[in-house]
Design a protein around this ligand. Structure first.
Ligand code: G3I
Length: 380
């Protein structure tokens, strides 16, 4: 008999618990639904601060990456072409241009009303082979005139911002030996900016480079800005690429750099942001950088998924960086990520091929990561 009472009592408690449990759950769902709708997407949340951009690859431009396109529409309001406007692709032979993908890229920017970046006019890397055969400064100037007039002229009023010169500096802040520098010295920088400004006076003009938080290189970038301004030439922006890692550069170095470029009279854009979570070969004590690390488990520690602790570290790093960007939003024009999602990042293949990296805000399935939430949380 006692057993039956106990059983009935337990049943009664279970029914009560189930009823209350359900009610609580329903209430939560209803109140979530009743919340005033918050703006969705990074671009909406950051619309009063700076553009939020992404580098786009061939698959996206050719509309083969439909999930990537969806993300582009909801999250970003600026695009940069990852490769297709580089010299070797757009101007592969003397007087020979290939505008098929660049036209599709510009069309994408117009259709989605995106702040559209041109990357890049003058760069020693991914240059067409024929340019290295140019004989003297006169010929070089003619070649640069043709290149810049043709490309900037074609997209006048459609490309909003040009990376006019890319990566002209060495780490010590002096100019890199390239075909441009060898034939024309520092003059080639002036030609490039002058030609771009003439071809589209309305376009924003940028000097773009990596490691621009390093004091010596930063000084080099500032002297380029000064050189151009002293000659009365137009330069609007210094583009800090932002290929960073979990520890460096420090927030102090980033902040000092933003302030220094602002003081030099230009805006700052973060043009190629990504944060690697993998080890660099050159950080290994005693490692030969030339050593082949492909296939090394030590150098590719997260082939399946990123551990929660590192996911959090990445989210915190992104949050503190964006907090700093917001603090200096009056000096920052645009923050562009170098890719849409982890799967398409160049960092899966550099500096070691075939690794699994996690440097962006969206995962391989195009889902927002903790890092995305931490960047958005700053605005809510
Ligand atoms: O398209 C070919 C493909 O046909 C071939 O099968 C494959 C085999 O390796 O290569 C493909 O080309 C690669 C291309 O990316 C497209 O994926 C090139 O080898 C590779 O060198 C190229 O790398 C690009 C790199 O610039 C070249 O320097 C990266 O995608 C691109 O993200 C990277 O972007 C640069 C910025 O322009 C300037 N700042 C640094 C940044 C990172 O290096």
């Amino acid at each position: 008999m006692v057993h039956i009472y106990r059983l009935l009592y337990a049943l009664f408690v279970l029914i009560l618990f189930t009823l209350f449990g359900c009610k609580e759950h329903d209430k939560k769902l209803t109140s979530e639904k009743e919340l005033p709708s918050k703006p969705i997407g990074l671009k909406q949340n950051y619309k009063d601060d700076f553009f939020i951009g992404a580098a786009v690859n061939d698959a996206l431009i050719e509309k083969r990456d439909s999930l990537g396109l969806e993300l582009l529409k909801t999250e970003f309001n600026s695009i940069t072409p990852e490769n297709i406007m580089k010299w070797m692709h757009i101007h592969p032979g003397k007087g020979v241009y290939d505008f098929s993908l660049p036209d599709a890229y510009v069309d994408l920017g117009e259709r989605y009303q995106l702040f559209t970046v041109g990357h890049t006019l003058v760069w020693h890397s991914q240059l067409a082979e024929w340019v290295t055969e140019v004989k003297d400064s006169t010929e070089l100037k003619e070649v640069m005139e043709d290149h810049i007039n043709t490309i900037v002229g074609r997209y006048k009023g459609k490309i909003d911002s040009w990376d006019v010169v890319n990566e002209a500096l060495k780490e010590d802040g002096s100019l890199r030996e390239s075909v441009f520098y060898e034939l024309a010295g520092e003059k080639y920088l002036e030609w490039a900016f002058e030609l771009a400004a003439e071809a589209d006076p309305e376009a924003q003009l940028t000097y773009n480079d990596y490691n621009l938080t390093n004091p010596e290189k930063r000084a080099g970038a500032i002297s380029i800005v000064k050189q151009l301004k002293d000659k009365g030439l137009k330069i609007d922006v210094v583009g800090m690429q932002g290929h960073w890692n979990l520890k460096g550069p420090s927030l102090e170095e980033i902040e000092e750099s933003i302030l220094a470029y602002h003081k030099a009279g230009v805006k700052v854009a973060i043009t190629e942001l990504d944060i690697t979570v993998l080890p660099y070969p050159w950080d290994l004590e005693g490692a030969e950088v030339s050593q082949n690390f492909e296939g090394s488990e030590f150098m590719n520690p997260y082939p399946e998924s990123l551990p929660d602790s590192v996911q959090r570290e990445l989210a915190d790093r992104y949050q503190s960086i964006f907090k700093l960007f917001l603090k200096h939003k009056d000096k920052i024009d645009r923050v562009t990520f170098w890719g849409i999602n982890d799967g398409s990042s160049w960092l899966n293949g550099w500096p070691i091929k075939n690794r699994t990296n996690y440097p962006l805000l969206f995962d391989r399935s195009y889902r927002p990561k903790d890092a995305y939430k931490s960047v958005l949380a700053l605005k809510n």
